[in-house]
Design a protein. Sequence first.
Length: 301
Amino acid sequence: MENIHKPVNIAIVGCGYWGPNLIRNFYQTNDVKVSYVCDSNKEKLKNIKKLYPDIKLSESYSEVLQNEDIDALCIVTPLSTHYKIAKEALLAGKHVLVEKPFVQTSKEAKELIELAKEKKRVLMVDHTFIYTGAVQKIKDLSLKGELGEIIYFDSERINLGLIRKDANVLWDLAVHDISIIDYLISQKPLSVSALGSSPILRGGEEMAHLAIKHEGGIVSHVHVSWLSPLKIRKVLVGGTKKMVLYDDVEPTEKIKIYDRGVDIDMNAVTPFSPLYRSGDILIPKIDQTEALKNLCEHFIG
């Protein structure tokens, strides 16, 4: 983002579950001034005022859009409102950061992308996980060739709740893994299939399995659920040289690199003579910077 002036004046629309985290990180980011926080809930605004007395409050984001001093808008509202607010913000000449999921349809997404290009404004989605030290480490290992060729991605992201009314479990949880897949795997997807169920609400899916087949034969699999008694956040990335386990629930050792694999001796009597390789397990040091801080800096930069 090319700064018109310093600092960048930003307004955050929505201070419910995730909004306060963005307020805190933008407030602590250099060359940024959180000028406004908007929400229709007066009690939530009062809580923000206690923590940040210098931030202006508003119950209407329209008031913010009319303010020429505001450079950017951060949208942390229900999914059904993302498209409308983002479009109005771009038309008003603001840079826009939108909480995931982006919008409800691909048509809306394409329209906003084209509008951002036309207005020459930044339009970004908050995919926080690709800014974590763990995912950054896996990406670095892949780029350096230490994993070999990536041959599969397998993730499990399950817990009990939070069940959302405005999005199913794929839109709420699987979108994290999809962003990581897109970041780590360069091969284009050829096909996507999903199977879900809704045993509780009988509406939006609360449990689901997603499979993506990429060019080159790579398969990505994602299992998500709001109905598990256990909280599991595990990702396995398999390479031809090494394999990586990313456990986001683990407080310290989030990444483990396994020097394990299967080699096939095609010169043997039979076409399949597997040689199972079992080497060392490495626990690398990873960057402990809060992912959301990295994301905020990237948006401003």
